[in-house]
Ligand binder design. Structure first.
Ligand code: NDP
Length: 474
């Protein structure tokens, strides 16, 4: 049982000033695996004060010192590998291979990448005629969701540290333990007092408190659009900067010359990885009308490669994170059965499963892009097949969404691949099976958010631009 009833403020684990406790559930077993304290506004005030006190010296640390700190964090993070993998498997229900190869690795890569990006990062630029200086933005408030407990926390913290910004982190209540391990790592390597503060708690108290706190200069939020809007509204009261990483309904455009089975496998893997609880997952698969039948057959053929089951036995698809998420996904599957044709999957738990928030991987076909299941983010193992007749039509359908986080294109002809990739209104487009790149910016167009994370673009989020005229003297 993991019981973490303290917050980490000013370099110490301290008692909460409140007495509300939240139980954390393992979504695979539905059993309680630990507890956290829900913080209060008083706890948050203490954390903000600690961060403000740390600001003058932390923001003035040299680039070399910050690189060293990020490297030390990455090294200690490696030492905690087993704990991180186990913890994410327990709190998120992620299969162990995904916990290791995706969740653990993403956190590690963000700290290492931030150190690497800093090497060539210039905080002062002579632009001939004027100088631009990049100043630390101030104190940052970080609010993160449950679907990637080390990725979203680590990218924000690594960038903030690279920029010299002290932070207050509020992780999601349902998956708080990975953030506890990160805190232990920062404590171990000696992150300066007050530069990192962890206040656990609810979104309505600590999340709302962070977005409206006058002592917090910049808020970086990842989560739903509905909460993103509130965060932005609160921050607008004091004209504070925000970065928002919100949802998506990303298209995967399969071109005429694509390998059908490979493309079908890619489509299925998008809803299998993290049980489809991925903001950048492709959940609208656009296939040429002429390929519809063979694509549907290929989906049915490859789906058994992704079995659903106990994450400890390393199946490919674990449970959804919570009963609430399971209920939401079920209601979308029901809606899909009314609107479109069910190719595979459906409502309820997979056969033989009684405990755990498992959903059936579900693929709908004969989907029109204006249907609810094609427009709203489902955040589960559910995808839609939509047909098109020309590449121009595919681009139009792909962009016909309020979101713009990611896009995917599958095919052979490079000219067409690049034509589609360039036309997609999305922050990140992947051609075929391009590898992940942690130096590449991540973020969305339209209602998928504001700002970019990862690598040097991520560091820029935590900086203010100052122009100096008259220097250097000409
Ligand atoms: P939320 O947006 O509610 O939660 C994200 C974070 O914001 C959590 O830490 C949450 O706290 C916090 N929060 C909640 N309310 C407030 C508030 N008023 N002010 C500030 N912070 C707040 O996402 P959910 O977890 O409820 O998921 C709902 C849907 O959002 C999903 O089904 C999915 O569609 C989408 N989503 C998108 C993500 C993405 O990566 N783009 C990630 C997660 C969800 P707490 O939950 O601890 O109370």
């Amino acid at each position: 049982m993991r019981n973490y009833l303290k917050h980490y403020i000013n370099g110490e684990w301290i008692e909460s000033t409140g007495n509300e406790i939240e139980e954390v559930i393992n979504p695979a077993t539905e059993e309680v695996i630990g507890k956290i304290s829900l913080g209060t506004n008083e706890d948050l005030d203490k954390a903000v004060q600690a961060a403000r006190d740390a600001f003058p010296s932390f923001s003035q640390t040299s680039k070399e010192k910050r690189i060293e700190l990020l490297k030390e964090i990455a090294a200690e993070y490696e030492n905690r590998k087993e704990d991180i993998v186990e913890t994410i498997t327990d709190e998120l229900g992620s299969p162990k291979s995904i916990s290791e190869n995706v969740h653990y690795m993403m956190g590690y890569n963000h700290f290492s990448q931030a150190a690497e990006s800093l090497k060539n990062f210039s905080f002062i630029e002579d632009r001939g005629g004027h100088t631009v200086m990049k100043d630390t933005v101030g104190v940052s408030g970080l609010i993160t969701p449950w679907n990637f407990p080390t990725n979203q926390t680590s990218t924000k913290i690594a960038s903030a540290f690279a920029a010299g910004s002290p932070v207050i982190l509020k992780p999601a209540e349902v998956t708080p333990f990975a953030a506890i391990i990160l805190t232990e790592i920062f404590d171990k390597v000696g992150v300066p007092k007050g530069a990192f503060n962890l206040v656990n708690g609810s979104g309505s108290v600590i999340g709302d408190g962070i977005s409206s706190h006058p002592g917090i200069d910049f808020v970086s939020f990842t989560g739903s659009g509905a909460v993103g809007k509130k965060v932005m509204q609160n921050a607008s009261e004091r004209i504070a900067n925000v970065a928002l990483e919100l949802g998506g309904k990303s298209p995967l455009v399969v071109l005429e010359d694509a390998d059908v089975e490979e493309a079908a496998r890619a489509a299925v893997s998008h809803i299998a990885t993290n049980s489809g609880q991925v903001c950048s997952a492709a959940t609208r698969v656009l296939v040429p009308s002429s390929m519809k039948k063979s694509f549907e057959e290929a989906v049915q053929k490859v789906l058994p490669e992704y079995p659903v089951g106990n994450p400890r036995e390393d199946n490919h698809i674990g449970p959804l994170v919570s009963q609430k998420q399971w209920d939401t996904v079920q209601s979308y599957i029901k809606k899909g059965q009314e609107e479109a044709t069910l190719l595979v999957g459906g409502t309820g738990k997979p056969e033989g499963v009684e405990k755990g928030y498992y959903a059936k991987p579900t693929v709908f076909t004969d989907v029109d892009n204006d249907m609810v299941i094609a427009q709203e983010e489902i955040f589960g193992p559910v995808t839609c097949l939509i047909t098109y007749d020309t590449v121009e039509e595919a681009i139009e359908i792909a962009n016909d969404t309020k979101y713009g986080l990611a896009g995917y294109v599958f095919g052979e002809d490079e000219q067409t691949l690049v034509k589609v990739a360039s036309a997609l209104k999305a922050g990140r487009v992947k051609i075929n099976d391009a590898k992940a790149d942690f130096a590449a910016p991540f973020g969305g167009y339209k209602q998928s958010g504001i700002g970019r994370e990862w690598g040097d673009y991520g560091i820029e989020e935590y900086l203010e631009i100052k122009t100096i005229l008259g220097y250097p003297k000409k």
